[in-house]
Design a protein around this ligand. Structure first.
Ligand code: SF4
Ligand code: ZN
Ligand code: ZN
Length: 323
């Protein structure tokens, strides 16, 4: 997406002067039509992938960053236009990352206050007795250290899932965008995580034994590249927390290299993230059809499904940190 004040073209939708060029589709857009186009993509994604029912109770994973702010704002908009039944609830996980999450949480609180949204915060410190900073400091000099993101993502995923269930949600809405999906898919290919790709298939058949543990998760921004969400947030003048997590900057994680690789490829093939997304849809269906009969173990500590190991990663980390 390019933003220029000097594009000598008219908007492909309304004919007014354009100031945006969407490379992957070849469209020129004015600001108003750009905003409308993003909101239309979100509406269409929700209906095409059957993400919401009018009487669903929806919890939104809300960090105060740009993606979850765009998500929450649009779900409020959709709820006001279409879904009048139940109020949205925002849920924030406070991992305890000094100078980062504490600041994003105060922005999240402000946003919820402005839009009159019920807001809950669950903290690592309260649930586990340690912040992420403290967990990392315990391990950083040992051979077992597997980088902050591994601990953080596993512990946070479980808290979000269980927190949303406790709040009575039918659906947990996540702010993952197209770039996140492309990056995760490529990572999973690089590490041959085919079972994981299969588990992420969007149209899985009901499996009562497994489904009762996990809330239905939806990602309404999954067809919008990160750069376009950034632009939309700025045009809407949202007050979101702009910085990246310090651990993502500091730790030499492969995910960052994969993202840089995708960004580099985009210079030559602007549609590359969409190709990866479509590849994910096709491959997850193929793998799902191949793997769906596979036997699941249930964690001997918490009882959640855990693939072919005896203890799930969440419980292994809890044991490791005596939490
Ligand atoms: S970048 Fe890593 S450590 Fe930071 S919030 Fe995300 S998962 Fe947690
Ligand atoms: Zn226009
Ligand atoms: Zn477990």
């Amino acid at each position: 997406m390019k933003y220029q004040s000097s594009i000598e073209k008219n908007c492909s939708f309304c004919g007014n002067r354009a100031n945006l060029f969407r490379q992957h589709s070849g469209q020129f857009l004015c600001n108003d039509c750009y905003i409308k186009s993003i909101e239309k993509i979100i509406n269409k994604t929700i209906s095409k992938y059957d993400m919401l029912n009018p009487d669903d109770s929806v919890v939104v994973a809300f960090s105060g960053g740009k993606d979850s702010t765009v998500l929450l704002y649009n779900l409020i908009r959709i709820q006001q236009e279409t879904y009048h039944s139940k109020d949205l609830i925002a849920l924030t996980i406070d991992e305890g990352i000094k100078g980062y999450r504490d600041e994003s949480i105060s922005i999240a609180k402000e946003f919820c206050k402005k839009f009159d949204i019920e807001h809950h915060i669950i903290s690592f410190k309260h649930e586990f007795g340690f912040t992420l900073n403290e967990i990392v400091n315990q391990k950083i000099n040992s051979d077992e250290y597997v980088y902050a993101c591994n601990y953080c993502a596993t512990l946070r995923r479980r808290l979000l899932n269980d927190g949303a269930k406790e709040l009575g949600a039918d659906v947990l809405a996540m702010g993952h965008n197209l770039t996140d999906i492309a990056e995760t898919f490529l990572m999973n290919i690089l590490f041959k995580r085919f079972q994981l790709i299969s588990n992420q298939y969007l149209f899985k058949q009901a499996n009562n034994k497994v489904d009762k543990f996990f809330i239905k998760k939806i990602s309404p921004l999954m067809r919008i590249p990160e750069g376009e969400i950034f632009l939309y947030s700025n045009l809407k003048d949202f007050n979101y927390y702009p910085s990246h997590c310090p651990y993502r900057e500091k730790d030499p994680i492969l995910r960052k290299r994969v993202l840089e690789f995708i960004q580099e490829c985009k210079k030559y093939s602007p549609e590359i993230e969409f190709n990866l997304f479509n590849g994910f849809l096709e491959m997850s269906e193929l793998f799902y059809n191949q793997h769906q009969q596979k036997h699941y173990n249930f964690c001997e500590v918490c009882g959640y499904p855990c693939g072919n190991v005896k203890t799930c990663l969440y419980c292994s980390y809890k044991k490791e940190f005596k939490i």
